[in-house]
Design a binder for this molecule. Structure first.
Ligand SMILES: [Zn+2]
Length: 318
């Protein structure tokens, strides 16, 4: 994605950042959960979201190599993700024409729960950026982004949710879509290729609303409301942030942080209220250092639990 506002929060670059991270590592697993979080999650008759399992999915994608469209790692990962989503996964193929040739791309689509009625769209991008244009070392800027957080994190959360949905079908139809070609181009007109294609050729709907997950694995997770989402789909933002509050997850901050151009824009333009859940305060963004050691199972669980809560408590009580 691209943020047209690049902002650092003081705590992130000052000494407080590493100190807080160190403290978090000292805490026993699950110590961050509030008591009410446990009761809220256990009230849902579904499997617990396993952050470690999600983390394994994140690492497996990174281990496959940068998932740059046209590469072997991209083709291999497409097979892995298609299998992981289940035997009925639909592969929506499309191509992107460049001066160097035609690049094959594919959105991966899987349905869960009831087959009738309006559905919830859950999405993330599975491709990697072909170049590390933000790397501090100019010699590395032609290398592809490893994409641990920028890509793999959102996919990892959705794959773990897919496991839950298979075990306990959600009360509402859910369609997971993994978009290709999000991070392809140097300019906005050659980005979000998969979500643009999907918006023009929608399948797996009709959609009542959607949640896009992007860069949700940062070990120092702080998710602010994204401005386009807040302006164009405020009820969905409120719903997701309310679920986070019910679970006691203060990583979801109440204020607006950034304005982000991402896969939700083509869907919003199509009339589907899709919000972007994103932690854009991530120093390794678009660098060779976007690696699993910057991410955590705990962060994936926070986001996974919030989406799980939204889906399994649909429709909301109010
Ligand atoms: Zn990116």
């Amino acid at each position: 994605m691209m943020g047209n506002l690049r902002r650092r929060f003081p705590g992130r670059v000052g000494p407080a950042g590493p100190l807080l991270l160190g403290l978090a590592l000292l805490l026993p697993a699950g110590a961050g959960c509030q008591p009410e979080a446990r009761s809220a999650t256990s009230a849902i008759r579904a499997e617990e979201f396993d952050g470690q399992r999600a983390m394994e999915w994140l690492k497996r994608q990174v281990d496959a190599g940068p998932r740059v469209p046209g590469s072997e790692a991209h083709a291999a990962t497409r097979r892995i993700l298609t299998e992981a989503l289940g035997p009925d996964t639909q592969v929506q193929e499309f191509t992107h024409r460049t001066r160097q040739g035609t690049i094959p791309m594919a959105n991966l689509i899987a349905r869960f729960g009831p087959t009738t009625g309006e559905r919830i769209l859950l999405c993330a991008h599975w491709d990697c950026r072909p170049f590390c244009d933000q790397d501090p070392d100019p010699a590395k800027r032609d290398q592809p982004v490893p994409g641990a957080n920028d890509g793999a994190s959102g996919v990892a959360v959705l794959l773990e949710l897919a496991r839950l949905f298979r075990k306990t079908p959600p009360p509402v139809g859910v369609t997971i879509v993994l978009f290709d070609g999000e991070d392809w181009g140097r300019t906005l007109d050659t980005m979000f290729l998969g979500s643009r294609y999907f918006a023009a050729h929608p399948v797996g709907g009709p959609f009542r609303y959607g949640i896009l997950l992007d860069m949700v694995g940062d070990a120092d997770l702080q998710i602010y409301r994204e401005r386009h989402s807040q302006q164009r789909a405020p009820a969905i933002v409120d719903r997701v942030w309310a679920a986070a509050a019910e679970l006691g997850y203060e990583e979801f901050r109440p204020s607006i942080g950034y304005t982000i151009e991402d896969d939700h824009i083509p869907l919003l333009d199509k009339g589907i209220p899709v919000i972007d859940v994103i932690d854009f305060d991530y120093p390794p963004w678009h660098t060779t250092q976007d690696l699993p050691d910057k991410c955590s199972a705990r962060s994936l669980k926070v986001v996974g639990d919030v989406v799980r809560q939204v889906v399994y408590t649909d429709p909301p009580a109010d």
